[in-house]
Design a protein around this ligand. Structure first.
Ligand SMILES: [Zn+2]
Length: 401
């Protein structure tokens, strides 16, 4: 029992600590000029990227390889003839966990890193990663090999851990533009929900960043991201807040105006039960690996998390509604609702779905196309969030003791 209580205390202690995740929401693309070539007995790696991203580099022994981790790179543009080097036995790329990407170059001989750097063009934001590897002896290679310990990159160890985050780190909002890729969402008059929401998400991102908040987008281009994947991204970056943006169309009735949705009580109970039964449970609570816990313990931990998160999300919804109303922007008749939205199922992150407007309403559609109107709404959301953060942080020490 005492161990269990200790685990609960640890879990509770880690909620609400703000994030140190870096504010790079965008997906960088590898450009077609990417090459890996022999240079004498060594190797040259040239990786042009559509934008700068956080990255790191290290070597591993047996077999000898160079590992490059990125946040997050789309490898689809990597040319087929990327690897032109004798000294590289193979090159593998992929995502190694949600939001993060990895390139592994297997080496045919011991090489050490002589030069490594990413240059980012201040104007275009395009980036160039250059890596030069030169011959070394097997002993030196083995000595230098090993993954560096960095809590921003490492997977949590298989136990309950308290994430090491700066207590004064910036507040991190994950913005989730609804739909994307093969899923266009609602469609009206040649417009679709996925692109309208991406546009608004980017505008809202700018608005929040100007106010000193960090923002990560679940997608920053027209791509499909699963609902589970969206929540996983929020956990990966240890989001303090999750906002999903939609503008659906209703076939019946004359729904119009902005609506805020929270997860319903029954849906959250069901979510807890279903999620707790999953085997890969490491992304259910930020920084807490529930893999080793039995179902009951996992459910209890998630219930505890929800018990703290729900009133916070509700308070945020009310503050946002107040802020939108104060700015004279239209709210729906029933502007606050609850439903079974998969994307709101994070137990430990206050999550809200904002139905910005309804594409089925001519007035809302006109508003959605109007940049000035969107700017007003983004401003109202920003002031609502800032106001909520203040009251939420003031009450935090009381509930988290
Ligand atoms: Zn939608």
């Amino acid at each position: 029992m005492s161990r269990f209580l200790f685990i609960l205390a640890m879990v509770l202690a880690c909620f609400g600590v703000s994030a140190t995740a870096q504010g790079f929401g965008a997906l960088a693309r590898v450009e077609a000029e990417a090459r890996i070539t022999d240079k004498g007995q060594g190797l040259d790696v040239n990786l042009p990227l559509s934008q700068g991203v956080p990255w790191r580099l290290y070597t591993l022994d047996v077999p000898r390889r160079v590992v490059l981790d990125f946040r997050e790179v789309d490898w689809s543009g990597l040319p087929l003839d990327f690897d032109r080097a004798e000294a590289a036995l193979s090159v593998r790329t992929g995502g190694f966990r949600p939001g993060w990407s990895r390139m592994v170059i297997e080496l045919g001989r011991p090489l050490s890193v002589a030069e490594a750097g990413m240059r980012v063009d201040p104007v275009t934001n395009k980036a160039h990663l250059n890596l030069r590897l030169t011959p070394t002896d097997p002993e030196s290679f083995a000595l230098a090999a090993g993954a560096p310990h960095d809590p921003r990159w490492d997977l949590p160890p298989p136990a309950v851990v308290v994430p090491k985050r700066k207590p004064d780190g910036p507040f991190l909002v994950v913005i989730d533009p609804g739909h994307g890729g093969i899923d266009p969402g609602a469609e009206r008059e040649g417009l679709n929900e996925k692109s309208l929401m991406l546009t608004f998400a980017k505008e809202l991102t700018e608005e929040l960043r100007r106010a000193g908040l960090e923002v990560v987008l679940t997608r920053d281009e027209d791509e499909f991201v699963s609902l589970v994947g969206r929540v996983a991204i929020a956990h990966e970056v240890r989001a303090d807040l999750f906002l999903s943006l939609h503008a659906d169309a209703l076939s019946e009735g004359q729904a119009t105006g902005t609506t805020l949705h929270l997860l319903s009580r029954s849906a959250s109970d069901e979510a807890t039960a279903l999620l707790a039964e999953r085997h890969d449970r490491d992304d259910l609570l930020s920084g807490v690996d529930l893999t080793g816990q039995d179902d009951e313990v996992a459910s209890i931990l998630m219930d505890l998390a929800r018990a703290e998160t729900e009133p916070r999300a509700e308070a945020l919804a009310k503050t946002l509604l107040g802020s939108i109303k104060k700015d004279g922007l239209p709210l729906a008749k029933r502007s606050f609702r609850r439903g079974a939205f998969s994307v709101l199922k994070a137990a430990d992150i206050p999550s809200i779905l904002i139905e910005v407007g309804f594409m089925s309403s001519p007035r809302d559609l006109a508003n959605l196309r109007d940049a000035a109107w969107r700017a007003r709404l983004a401003g109202a959301i920003r002031s609502g969030i800032l106001q909520w953060i203040e009251t939420d942080q003031a009450r935090a020490p009381m509930v988290r003791q």
